[in-house]
Design a protein around this ligand. Structure first.
Ligand code: SDX
Length: 429
């Protein structure tokens, strides 16, 4: 198997090493290309560019494979929990009983945000988007931990990671309560991660939320399925910020902002808005699909397509099945689920989608479950951020642990004005 690639340029040829990953995928190592040839590569959107070597998550887009630390997502979805999977992603292996207990206890010990942060919530207008609040409050929370500031503190990583993973849930629930003018509900130390989130979201001072096992399991599955996804836009953002040796909270806050976009994590909110619109117009989906195929419509079939998956997103398959079982258990029938299934069926027969290998992705069905649980649409991407937090922490840790880690600083091809003289104001038109 060739371990070299040859580049011919301006009559010269350059030998470049070929790196082979543990799943036999190949990459041409161009780290010396500019030194050797004076030229760089250009790859708009990084569709062909590996930014790093990572051992956290493997995706095979052609075969629709997703594995966290080598374990297939289907097995984790069936047998694991979000917090056990978080440990797997962050520390590289499944925890023993005592390790899982200690990790869970650390999350409980760090579930409260500093009491003074309550006043920060009062500064947001009631209709502030919870993703803006989440990003701001993650950074605000770091101000209460001086140990986070300054050089990356490896000894304190475990507690910083537990604090971030636990508090992201508390901040999200508190922002929901404030947006509805409801009193904030503190976490219960006896509740586990996802149950506690539901408690903080939906309990009241006079009455605890009735925690249905099906609901807690469905939300825990949603968190687990979103936990990592190799070098997606928001995880790459976290690595970009971490590469400058900014702290964990700053890196995660940046990840929240990248995730917010409708082409990324914001798609789950956009999917429900799309399905609601289709339902309201009495469209059987065909009108919308026609618009999604028309470049001039400005519409896309949200929740469909993926930069890496050119096959069915394995997470979408799992969530679709969970939709049926969760809605059945809750005795809910949601017309939007029927519309989603009709859209999928029509699109997967339509040459436009088939030729472009556009399949449902993780966002296509996830909102249906979140609606059934009672999570408001504007919180959908916040749920995605809570789920993705272990993946961001794991990628931050890879950079922190890499003694050869360098600041991310891509080059560019300059296409602007060539050299011009300065024109004094009085001589300008
Ligand atoms: C996530 O990267 C990750 O891993 C992300 C994620 C994770 O877990 O982190 O999996 C989570 O972000 C899932 C994706 C959520 N976004 C959406 O569902 C938004 C709708 N989908 C797209 O806009 C699009 O498919 C992307 C953004 C997901 C991928 O975009 P690409 O790879 O840049 O593909 P493209 O825009 O170049 O599209 C290729 C072609 C184009 O048509 P042509 O120019 O070839 O004629 O496919 C068309 C696009 O117009 N196309 C769509 C479409 N997605 C792509 N046409 C209609 N509807 C769509 N949804």
């Amino acid at each position: 198997m060739s371990t070299k690639a040859t580049l011919e340029l301006d009559g010269k040829s350059y030998e470049l090493p070929v790196v082979v990953g543990s799943e036999h995928e190949k990459a041409v190592d161009i780290s010396q290309l500019r030194n050797l040839s004076g030229c760089i590569t250009l790859d708009d959107g990084y569709g062909n560019t590996g930014s790093c070597s990572s051992a956290v998550t493997f995706i095979d887009g052609e075969r629709g494979i997703l594995r966290y630390r080598g374990i297939p997502i289907e097995e984790l979805a069936e047998k694991s929990t979000f917090i056990e999977t978080a440990y797997l992603l962050i520390y590289g292996r499944l925890p023993g009983r005592a390790e899982l207990r200690r990790f869970s206890d650390m999350l409980t010990q760090n579930e409260m945000i500093h009491e003074d942060m309550k006043h920060h919530f009062e500064g947001f207008p009631p209709n502030a988007h919870p993703m803006a609040i989440l990003s701001a409050m993650i950074n605000a929370s770091s101000c209460f931990y001086p140990g986070l500031m300054g050089a990356v503190n490896r000894e304190r990583f475990d507690v910083h990671a537990a604090r971030l993973l636990s508090q992201v849930r508390t901040i999200a629930a508190f922002s929901y309560r404030k947006s509805r003018g409801l009193p904030i509900i503190y976490p219960k130390p006896t509740y586990k991660y996802t149950a506690n989130f539901l408690h903080m979201m939906f309990s009241n001072p006079f009455e605890d939320y009735e925690l249905k096992p099906e609901v807690a399991r469905a939300l825990d599955l949603i968190f687990l399925l979103h936990a990592d996804h190799e070098q997606n836009c928001s995880t790459s953002t976290v690595r970009m910020v971490a590469s400058s040796q900014a702290n964990l909270f700053a890196s995660a806050a940046a990840g929240v902002c990248a995730l917010w976009g409708p082409l990324h994590g914001g798609a789950n909110q956009a999917v429900i808005e799309m399905l609601t619109q289709i339902h309201k117009e009495g469209d059987d989906g065909s009108k919308f699909i026609a618009a999604a195929k028309d470049k001039n419509s400005g519409k896309r079939l949200m929740g469909f397509g993926h930069r890496v998956y050119k096959n069915y997103d394995p997470r979408a398959r799992i969530i679709k099945a969970a939709c049926d079982s969760t809605l059945k258990a809750l005795r809910i029938s949601d017309p939007l689920l029927d519309i989603a299934k009709k859209l999928e069926e029509a699109a997967l027969k339509d040459s436009y989608f088939v030729e472009r290998k556009l399949y449902p992705n993780v966002d296509f069905y996830s909102g249906i479950i979140m609606r059934a649980i009672g999570i408001p649409t504007e919180m959908f991407t916040v749920i995605f951020a809570i789920g993705r937090m272990p993946g961001w922490i794991a990628n931050f840790k890879e950079i922190m642990d890499d003694p050869k880690s360098r600041i991310y600083r891509p080059r560019q091809v300059y296409i602007g004005a060539t050299q011009n003289p300065y024109v004094p104001l009085e001589e300008r038109k």
